[in-house]
Design a protein around this ligand. Structure first.
Ligand code: ATP
Length: 234
């Protein structure tokens, strides 16, 4: 199968992706997915001209404890959240693997599928980005993808000069801004996102305390949570 179209069977209703159209990748536990994730993807899609954003729920995240909720439920919540947005796509590649979900492996797989020319953007919130040096083979990420980082309330500010080593050395030469020409991989972009102080942790606590989480996440996701009695206990 041609590298450029291999990702498309997951989205038969989507228009074909041209080889030069940038693709965004948003990984996460999505336990549950909320408007912080969706707004991050939307703002990045606009800022970077992304033709597609793949939402990839982690199966077994290696750098944190097991998610509270089974992978099948987390994937289904993502599917419901992105339904109706032609640019957004739920991607099940990590939840169907029994191995730990290393981002470097996921991006390597995507590279094989999409080919070397397709611009890829790994989308991260500031908390995840500042944690990057703890990730498996993290320096390889820059050879596989560009990285776009969004500000996040509660996370440290994204001052390039104030970054700690070893992130600073790796990131400073790669920084790009709007209008710069960017290749398939290797660039870093910082994005000042509309601040949304929403986290899955806080949503789980809210639901566990029998309080309303409405307007923190899509109604379709909340409906699914109630239907399956997810997060019902603290
Ligand atoms: P938890 O509270 O369980 O740790 P979370 O809300 O941080 O979950 P994740 O699924 O871990 O959600 O996050 C996936 C990605 O989305 C990460 O890169 C994270 O930084 C980013 N992200 C999540 N919420 C926001 C937000 N409100 N603003 C900006 N980025 C966010």
């Amino acid at each position: 199968m041609s590298g450029k179209t291999a990702a498309e069977p997951r989205s038969p209703h989507r228009s074909p992706l041209a080889a030069d159209q940038p693709v965004g990748v948003l990984g996460g536990t999505f336990d549950p997915i909320h408007y912080g994730h969706l707004r991050l993807a939307e703002e990045m899609a606009e800022a970077l001209g992304l033709a597609r954003v793949l939402f990839i729920p982690a199966g077994q995240p290696p750098h944190r404890g097991a998610p509270r909720t089974a992978a099948g439920h987390r994937l289904e919540m993502v599917r419901r959240a992105v339904a109706g947005n032609p640019r957004f796509l739920a991607d099940d590649r990590e939840v169907t693997h029994s191995r730990p979900s290393y981002t470097v492996d996921t991006l390597s797989d995507l590279r094989v599928e999409l080919g070397d020319a397709q611009p890829l953007w790994l989308l991260l919130g500031a908390d995840a980005f500042l944690d990057l040096p703890t990730w498996h083979e993290w320096r390889q990420l820059f050879s596989l993808s560009n990285i776009a980082v969004a500000t996040r309330p509660g996370a440290r500010a994204l001052q390039p000069d104030a970054l700690a080593e070893p992130l600073k050395t790796e990131v400073l030469p790669r920084l790009t801004k709007t209008g710069d020409t960017v290749g398939p991989a290797g660039a870093v972009r910082l994005h000042r996102m509309t601040p949304l102080d929403i986290s899955a942790t806080a949503i789980r606590a809210t639901l566990g305390g029998r309080s309303s989480a409405r307007y923190l996440l899509p109604d379709a996701v909340l409906g699914y949570i109630h239907e399956h009695q997810l997060y019902a206990s603290p």
